[in-house]
Ligand binder design. Structure first.
Ligand SMILES: [Zn+2]
Length: 461
């Protein structure tokens, strides 16, 4: 039976697509870095005010906001982002051509991520207004996803209190609901203070902070054999002294510790701290550390992800034209087939899929091939406090990686925008399902409770 609400939502999003395109293009043309997204957040706030949303500015967070419409339960969050990446400036072109040398660019497609989520809530608002569905819709303008802190701080400040469930999406190369976790991550800087001395004349008077960093790294490299398979430990030395003939009295090393489960990451983190203390003891230096940021792994909620999946399949894909296919094929040619297979297999699991350049269907089998997406997203924290579902849409060609000039070019193109419309419609239709069936939120919450048990969510920052 045809669902008239969903038909309405899809048509409505098509009707406002020019407005959405204008906003996503303007954000793409004005890339802003973390916590400096004034232009993008103001543009979105202005648009949502025009559609009768109530805007809450967030104290202590200039470029974050929450836009609400409706009343009562369920209260559904839709997450948007709009920050860009340094050094990824790029024209909408099939060759590498920065608009501004070393400038910022939307290599993660957040111009579309935010605008697509916003399109979904505007369409849902119209259904609430027509009294076809009941509940409250909230759009979250989330700053600074790229440094993995925006949503964590928003949770910490209580901006997510009272939410019943959340939906989002992310630009990638494949159209699929996301059924696998991302990695939990601790980002930590370890600093050593020692005693400076002339390295030739009086080295016995010195206590080298750099020695401590090196011994810490050696300790951590021996640790690798004895940590959970999914865990990753990587580091860079951010300060190793000034000259060889001065025993460094200060050195700093920056670590990421990641894994599929936060409980594993916490365990490895505690052991890395012990190693860091040991290095200080061995070298007669002192050590302090501070946690720069940290996010949880993403827990896909099956109840909600199933709904998102059904709606993606219902919508099918967008009407790509010859120019879109040509653009995708030319961009795909800039990356070797081996690299494309390794990237595309994360979300599709299907090696043959790289025969195509542009994913123009919906697949749903990520969980059968992979146990995680090897990157970290701050939506992970949201998924620990409320049932959460997200999907990926093919903003860039199959096998192209995020954070590249090719993904930046795609995020500004017609092809990328059409993929965004799929996300927008799928999220809107899924919210309609949740608002019409009161039992869904209860089941989704029970699933989350069963998954995390007594594990206590504590924001890392
Ligand atoms: Zn991103």
């Amino acid at each position: 039976m045809e669902d008239l609400n969903k038909k309405f939502l899809m048509q409505y999003i098509d009707e406002i697509q020019e407005e959405l395109r204008d906003i996503s293009d303007k954000i793409w043309e004005n890339p802003e870095l973390q916590y400096k997204e004034y232009y993008a957040s103001n543009l979105q706030k202005e648009y949502l005010r025009k559609y009768d949303f109530n805007i809450d500015e967030l104290e202590g967070m200039d470029t974050g906001f929450v836009a609400s419409y409706g009343e009562g339960k369920p209260v559904i969050a839709v997450l948007g982002e709009y920050d860009a990446l340094d050094g990824l400036s790029q024209k909408i072109s099939i060759t590498k051509e920065p608009i501004l040398e070393s400038g910022a660019g939307h290599g993660c497609g957040h111009n579309l991520l935010g605008t697509g989520s916003m399109g979904a809530v505007v369409a849902i608002k119209e259904l609430i207004k027509l009294k076809k569905i009941k509940g409250t819709i909230k759009y979250y303008g989330c700053p600074a996803e790229e440094d993995l802190s925006g949503k964590v701080l928003m949770i910490k400040k209580g901006f997510f209190d009272g939410i019943d469930c959340a939906f989002s999406w992310h630009p990638f190369d494949i159209n699929t609901p996301i059924r696998i976790p991302t990695l939990a991550n601790y980002s930590v800087k370890f600093r050593y203070n020692g005693i400076s001395a002339h390295a030739a004349q009086a080295p016995y008077n010195g206590r080298s902070a750099l020695d401590a960093v090196e011994l810490m790294n050696i300790g951590c490299n021996y640790l690798r054999e004895h940590i959970f398979d999914s865990c990753r430990v990587h580091y860079v030395t951010t300060n190793g002294g000034k000259m060889p003939n001065i025993v460094p009295d200060f050195a700093e090393v920056w670590y990421y510790i990641r894994g599929v489960k936060m409980e594993h990451v916490r365990d490895v983190f505690d052991r890395v701290v012990d190693i860091a203390k040991g290095a200080a003891l061995m070298t007669g230096t002192s050590m302090e550390y501070n946690i720069i940021s940290g996010v949880y792994d993403y827990i896909p909620n099956t109840i909600l992800t199933d709904i998102l999946s059904q709606n993606m399949k219902l919508i099918g894909t967008q009407n790509y034209d010859e120019n879109d296919y040509y653009f995708a094929e030319e961009l795909a040619k800039t990356v070797s087939i081996d690299k494309r297979i390794s990237v595309s297999s994360v979300l599709s699991g299907n090696k043959d899929i790289t025969r195509m350049a542009l994913h123009d269907e919906v697949t749903d089998d990520t969980f059968t091939h992979n146990n995680c997406i090897s990157l970290s997203l701050d939506i992970g924290d949201v998924s620990y406090i409320t049932p959460t579902a997200q999907c990926s849409c093919s903003v860039w060609p199959i096998g192209i990686s995020a954070h590249t000039w090719q993904s930046c070019a795609s995020a500004g193109s017609n092809m990328g925008f059409k993929a965004m419309l799929l996300a927008s419609k799928a999220i809107a239709c899924s919210i309609s399902d949740v608002m019409l069936d009161e039992s869904i939120v209860g089941k989704a919450k029970k699933e989350l409770k069963d998954t995390i048990g007594n594990f206590e969510y504590i924001p890392i920052i």
